[in-house]
Design a protein around this ligand. Sequence first.
Ligand code: HEC
Ligand code: HEC
Length: 372
Amino acid sequence: MTFGGAVATVVVCLLNLVSAADQAGSEQKPQMSETVFKNVQILKGIPVDEFMDAMGMFASALGYDCASCHAPQIATNREAFAIATPAILRARGMMTMMNTINRTYFGGQPRVSCFTCHRGSYRPEMAPSLALQYGELIDDPNAMVMVPDRQTSADPVFDKYFRALGGADRLANLTGFVARGTYSGFNTGGAQVPVEIVAKGPDQRTQIVRMPDGESVKTYDGRNGWVAEAWRPLALMTLTGGNLAGARLEGIMSFPAGIQKAFTQWQVSSTTIDGRPVQVVQGASAGERPVNLYFDESGLLVRLVRWNQTAVGAVPTQIDYADYREVAGVKMPFRTAVTWTGGQNTVELSEVRPNVPIDVATFARPAPFARR
Ligand code: HEC
Ligand code: HEC
């Protein structure tokens, strides 16, 4: 599967959307796909952030980049995303087929997605694979469906985690922090640029990336979330659904003592990441996609995987945590790497100042991205 290559090219496409940022939409309500875009026929009535996640599903499920379906003119002109190419007509037909399958055979549940058939290829296999049948069983640690170990409860896993972090008392004493470091990712071409993260318990968080052309801001205020980033289709995009839940989760994980209460049910299983054994704890709440938390043998969190439900299936986001260092007696991951269908980025902290005064305005709705 040429997954890595596909992701790299997705990135280039997203950068092409930059010019859209000039057409700022700053209203508080989520912006809907059919009002923002020119030629939406099937994916109507969904917010722009979910629409872009659907594009991420398309690219990821088929092993495609944006230009595999869209007209080549997207390289210079974002309006060209609206041009109906043969691949786009085909993809529209596929959405109709998929919706019919789900409606007819799965009671309207979104059971079949583009990935169910495509699995990273534009031409799904017809014949079963003997290599798969007789080959070594490959366990994907990020699978959403897991086989729970009914003998084990999540409580001891969380107890060990909190102890490994420094204990409940120290966790309770950390109420906020201001962190500085570097950000690198698909939108910097791998170059490191300064980043500042401000967080306040239990879940408020703002991340400001000082890009050469302006400040990229991502904020969760305890209820609402926004992104004001150059590469998004809007200069200020309101987060909805799984993206909003994800922003909240990132806020909570800055003060992890609150994580157990964030989901109503927890199940435990085990798997390996890079050959090392980990315990997986899956949190679920009615009507939401689950979250997977992975703890290493020392008890520390090494990975988090969550999913955004879209109109064409669920897309994953993976966050890897490393380089734990002590801040006010609490271990904090100084290295965080985020991977999703649209790209990858890494934040490496150099300094964290605990319990400093924080201006509440830090978590207010950011200004639309403005090019310097
Ligand atoms: C498998 C084919 C496919 C891939 C790959 C794909 N798209 Fe699309 N895209 C579509 C289809 C189909 C539509 C129209 C959706 C509809 O009519 O509901 C669309 C519509 C769009 C639109 C709205 C254009 C307008 O003004 O109406 C944008 C923006 C867009 N895509 C961006 C992207 C980006 C960015 C990527 C890469 C991450 C991408 N697409 C990858 C098939 C694809
Ligand atoms: C039930 C299985 C199934 C599902 C679900 C499905 N596809 Fe397909 N798709 C196929 C098959 C089979 C082909 C290949 C047909 C062929 O060999 O010509 C195909 C072909 C395509 C092609 C043409 C590829 C090319 O270049 O030849 C596109 C684009 C496509 N699918 C997009 C999608 C998208 C987007 C979704 C999700 C909305 C989706 N498909 C869901 C089975 C599926």
